[in-house]
Design a protein around this ligand. Structure first.
Ligand SMILES: Cc1cc2nc3c(=O)[nH]c(=O)nc-3n(C[C@H](O)[C@H](O)[C@H](O)COP(=O)(O)O)c2cc1C
Ligand code: SF4
Ligand code: SF4
Ligand code: SF4
Length: 584
């Protein structure tokens, strides 16, 4: 067996210098005459940011993972690990790395960081395209039955049953049908689809071919935002390789079924993730939603029946076909089957992509793979789930299981899987403002409730955070949210008020403090702040003094810090530096 050196080279690995690490590995292997004995595998990212992650797999030592690898570390790795057979202890991935992966169940992400996404043979040797081979021996109706039995629901946000969607599309008579892979991924902070496309593009292609076979389509499109150049490049390469092996194109694997895939690069508008807007965009029109029905399964791309599925949904297909619907259905909860990938961000130790079985609680996810809070002193205040269409949940709801129904009951939504953990220093009004700001900027402007209503909401929240709020503003936000939700034309408007509604529901006292007392309890809204040190909490550590950019803080060893309010420019650096909440 050849020694394998796996280097993570997704967008994250590459931006951290993975190519330089690879080139030094090459020259060092040459220098030690090890080139023939070792194989370097350029993999996608694993979802945990440890700059350049490198795994070395030898028969003697098995698999050893190294993190934060710099080009200058490589000569030592080669000399010690490969020549002397001794792991380099100081570079080993630590406990956080282990905890991050131990709490996960990786199905959709199983190949990410493991195989070379640009090498179809690597995919094939990991069981790739065996689901397609299996499916070609089944009747399309049977395939749909299997997907229905698995309980798979779309991972793009709404959680619509995938098998049912395929069944509806198959039932429509038409000379042409389409399969679209929705890789628009517009939610701020979400990057699970990009990671799958970069790390395991063939799994998405395999899912699309199977969908095409099941519904009777002969063409597919991958709609991917142009800001994902590496994903586009890898999916392009994967399509060419699949064609060469007759897995795509005329007579797939010698069968009577033909299927082709093209890529459409989107300009990166959030609304283009909405199915009807996405279809308009592929057709060459401005990406604006239209009323539904008719739904795309009846009248979609070029007015033909069309199935649109999310990247993660499609990537799951091969696994449930190979291992069986029963296997998949045994993972998760009664109504939410399988696993879900989350983009975990914010004040947790381990940020990145986490795949867990449905039904895992929010607490288990944050304190398991997430490794808990960054600071020992600052507690968890809220978790924002579901991106701009989601909501902010308080600490008291941390034991909510992650499944479509339970999350929806709280007022948030699963969405595409964004999860931001916030500590006591986060202001919930400011959080709501951030997302409304986003949806205002991304609204396509076609309908009045969304175009005008969201803007009015933003103006009101702005006023509240600037200390100009009035009590009737809170009532206005509540009422306007309801109106927009029920009257907007598409899902963007229907869900945009969720961050406001959930913060009003769970953190109303913060709105009231801003409006009635003109204070921001979390000290986030700069217009409302006058910084001062609370002596009873100050431990005289001097961190604030070091952080202040304008020397507005007086401090000496063993003395309390004092802020000179005339010099202070309200930059908040001292507040962020103080872990004792001694600055207010
Ligand atoms: C404003 C808006 C943006 C959306 N963005 C995405 C997206 O980026 N990716 C995605 O898969 N679905 C997105 N969706 C959901 C899709 O419209 C659609 O429901 C989904 O792609 C269906 O695939 P699924 O059944 O596999 O979830 C968005 C919906 C709305 C209303
Ligand atoms: S709800 Fe917003 S994004 Fe959707 S159609 Fe109306 S204006 Fe456009
Ligand atoms: S950082 Fe906080 S605890 Fe430390 S001196 Fe400043 S105010 Fe006091
Ligand atoms: S808010 Fe900024 S300028 Fe003011 S005291 Fe703190 S660090 Fe200094």
């Amino acid at each position: 067996m050849k020694t394998k050196i796996l280097i993570c080279m997704g967008t994250s690995g590459l931006s951290a210098g993975a190519e330089k690490v690879e080139s030094i590995f090459k020259s060092e292997l040459k220098r030690h005459k090890l080139t023939d004995k070792c194989e370097i595998v350029r993999t996608g990212d694993r979802g945990l940011f440890r700059d350049v992650l490198v795994d070395i797999i030898t028969p003697e030592l098995g698999r050893v993972t190294y993190e934060y690898i710099k080009p200058s570390d490589v000569p030592e790795l080669v000399e010690k690990h490969l020549v002397s057979g001794e792991p380099v202890k100081k570079l080993l991935a630590g406990k956080d790395y282990e905890q991050f992966f131990a709490g996960q169940m990786r199905i959709v992400l199983s190949n990410c960081g493991e195989i070379d996404p640009e090498n179809i043979d690597d995919y094939l040797s990991h069981g790739g395209y065996s689901a397609l081979k299996k499916v070609l021996g089944m009747a399309p109706e049977k395939v749909i039955e299997e997907i229905k039995k698995s309980g798979l629901r779309g991972r793009g946000g709404a959680g619509f049953p995938t098998g049912r969607k395929w069944e509806l599309c198959r039932a429509v008579k038409s000379n042409e049908k389409y399969v679209i892979c929705n890789a628009d991924e517009g939610d701020p902070g979400a990057f699970m689809d990009r990671s799958v496309l970069e790390g395991d593009p063939h799994s998405v292609i395999e899912g699309m071919i199977i969908a095409g076979y099941a519904i009777g389509a002969s063409h597919g499109y991958v709609y991917c935002r142009a800001e994902y150049p590496l994903a586009v490049q890898r999916i392009n390469k994967a399509i060419s390789q699949a064609k060469e092996k007759s897995l795509l194109g005329k007579s797939v694997l010698g069968s009577t079924f033909s299927f082709d895939i093209r890529i459409k690069e989107g300009a990166g508008a959030f609304v283009c993730g909405e199915e009807t807007a996405l279809i308009a965009s592929i057709e060459g029109n401005r990406g604006m939603p239209r009323p539904r029905p008719p739904f795309p399964v009846e009248k979609g791309l070029w007015d033909k029946p069309t199935v649109i599925n999310n990247v993660e949904t499609l990537a799951a297909i091969r696994h449930l076909v190979t291992k069986g619907a029963g296997w998949f259905a045994a993972i998760g909860t009664e109504k939410s089957k399988g696993t879900k990938v989350f983009a975990l961000a914010g004040k947790v130790k381990n940020t990145g992509l986490v795949e867990v079985p449905m039904g895992t609680t929010i607490r288990e996810l944050i304190f398991g793979p997430g490794g808990g809070m960054v600071s020992k002193r600052l507690g968890l205040k809220a978790v924002q789930i579901g991106g701009p269409s989601g909501g902010c949940l308080p600490e008291s709801l941390l034991d909510t299981p992650i499944d479509y129904e339970s999350i929806t009951q709280t007022g948030a939504i699963m969405g595409s899987g964004g999860m931001i953990v916030m500590d006591e220093r986060a202001c919930m009004v400011d959080m709501a403002k951030f997302f409304i700001n986003f949806t205002v900027a991304e609204s396509c402007g076609k309908c009045v409730p969304c175009r005008v209503g969201l803007k009015r909401m933003l103006e009101v929240i702005d006023a509240i955070t600037e200390g100009k709020g009035r009590e009737e503003h809170i009532k206005f936000l509540q009422e306007m949210s309801g109106t927009i939700k029920s009257t907007a034309l598409c899902g963007l408007g229907n869900t945009a008020p969720n961050p406001v509604l959930t913060t009003l529901k769970y953190f109303r006292d913060e709105y009231e403090a801003h409006v009635k007392d003109r204070i921001c309890p979390s000290h986030a809204c700069s217009e409302l702040l006058k910084y001062e040190v609370i002596e009873s909490k100050c431990v005289k550590c001097g961190q604030c003094y070091k952080a202040c950019p304008v020397d507005a803080i007086r401090w000496r060893k063993k003395e309390y810090a004092v802020i000179d309010k005339d010099k202070c420019i309200k930059c908040k650096a001292c507040f962020n530096a103080c872990e004792f909440m001694a600055i207010q």
